[in-house]
Design a protein around this ligand. Structure first.
Ligand SMILES: Cc1ncc(COP(=O)(O)O)c(C=O)c1O
Length: 367
């Protein structure tokens, strides 16, 4: 927390809006649109809820196919399955670790031959780095398919000078406890299309038709963000840029401390954008480094330092057995060799030194 969060929470208590609507929610949404440059938004209970609403509003229904990054978190994919849609997974590219636009194109061309046209393309912005959204939008336009940007991990990141998710049909963001800013739990659905956001707002509040009593002509959800959590979000937005600065510093520290060791590589920053470095992620090649990523993870754990493998690709998840995958070897390799290092904005320089020392010790050449 930065400091101002509690002031806003006190203000919310004083106003007695202890509810899933209220002036803090309105102000948080307004400030979010100002920060991101995306025209409209609705604050909701989680990033997963935001994705569910986005896909519902884009009329994704049972048996529709959707293209998704395979290297992502389940919250990116489960909303499509809530609606009965069929996920088709697409591999990563090496330049950004994000969905490979060439493979999207290949999949869509092959879909045309099978007389199938997916209903949405859902790229994930991984670990604070935007997917190559401009290229994906161009492909989407060519095939007339909307793009929903899963920017849950990329608040504050940029591509071609624009904020993550800008110009997509819709973009979702997460304020889960582990994100660069948090409301403990929460999410945002943002889009330049006002009608889409108004529809999502309606659905997020149980789809209540305008009437003095409770009237419903369709089924909605209870997905709205609470006024108290929005108060926290307003305080957090004020320290977002500091968080990005610190996370990039943390990445630079690790790179300088470990980058020259044999067999260690850092997640590249794609030329089209600026990554927030929400998480610093590395690849460890056991033959050259002298230890595999699991050995390094366990060595850190033995010192009470938490690290985690990269996302396990969705096409390898038991729950998605049998789903279509285009490519797959890049994300499999990234999972096999990848490790996310401690990256919290509150880490001190001495913490970083301690972490780097444990990793260095695992390296055959250094030890
Ligand atoms: C890529 C991605 N998509 C979706 C989500 C879901 O967000 P939430 O946890 O707020 O539901 C997350 C993170 O939590 C995520 O990392």
């Amino acid at each position: 927390m930065g400091g101002q969060e509690l002031e806003f929470v006190h203000e919310a208590f004083a106003s007695n809006y202890i509810a899933p609507v209220g002036p803090m929610v309105d102000a948080f949404e307004k400030e979010f649109t100002e920060y991101s440059g995306i025209g409209h938004c609705v604050a909701v209970a989680s990033g997963t809820a935001a994705m569910h609403l986005a896909l519902h509003c884009l009329n994704i229904r049972k048996d529709d196919e959707v293209l998704l990054s395979t290297l992502t978190f389940i919250g990116s994919v489960s909303p499509a399955t809530f609606l009965g849609a069929v996920p088709i997974f697409i591999d990563s590219d090496r330049t950004s670790w994000n969905i490979d636009p060439d493979l999207i194109e290949e999949e869509l061309e092959s879909g045309v031959k099978r007389n199938r046209r997916p209903k949405a393309i859902i790229p994930t912005d991984l670990y604070g780095q935007c997917a190559n959204l401009q290229r994906i939008l161009d492909i989407g336009k060519r095939f007339d398919i909307p793009v929903v940007s899963d920017s849950a991990e990329a608040l504050g990141a940029r591509y071609n000078g624009k904020h993550a998710g800008k110009d997509a049909a819709a973009a979702i963001f997460s304020f889960n406890g582990n994100k660069i800013i948090t409301t403990s739990g929460g999410g945002m659905l943002a889009a330049d299309n006002k009608a889409l956001i108004e529809k999502a707002r309606f659905l997020s509040q149980q789809a209540r038709d305008p009437a003095p009593h409770y009237e419903h002509s369709e089924i909605g959800y209870n997905y709205r963000m609470s006024n108290i959590l929005a108060a926290i979000g307003r305080g957090q937005l004020r320290i977002l840029d500091d968080g990005i600065r610190r996370r990039r510093e943390i990445f630079a520290y690790y790179e300088q401390a470990l980058g020259k060791l044999p067999g260690i590589e850092f997640m590249p920053e794609a030329a089209y954008g600026t990554c927030t470095r929400w998480l610093t992620a590395v690849l460890i090649s056991p033959d050259r480094f002298g230890a595999d990523r699991e050995t390094v993870r366990l060595a850190l754990e033995a010192e009470n330092i938490e690290s985690r493998p990269l996302w396990k690709p969705m096409h390898l998840q038991p729950v998605f057995r049998g789903c279509r995958i285009r490519g797959g070897s890049v994300s499999e390799d990234l999972f096999e060799r990848g490790l996310c290092l401690p990256s919290g904005s509150a880490l001190k320089d001495e913490d970083l030194e301690r972490i780097a020392a444990v990793i260095r010790k695992c390296c055959r050449a250094a030890s």
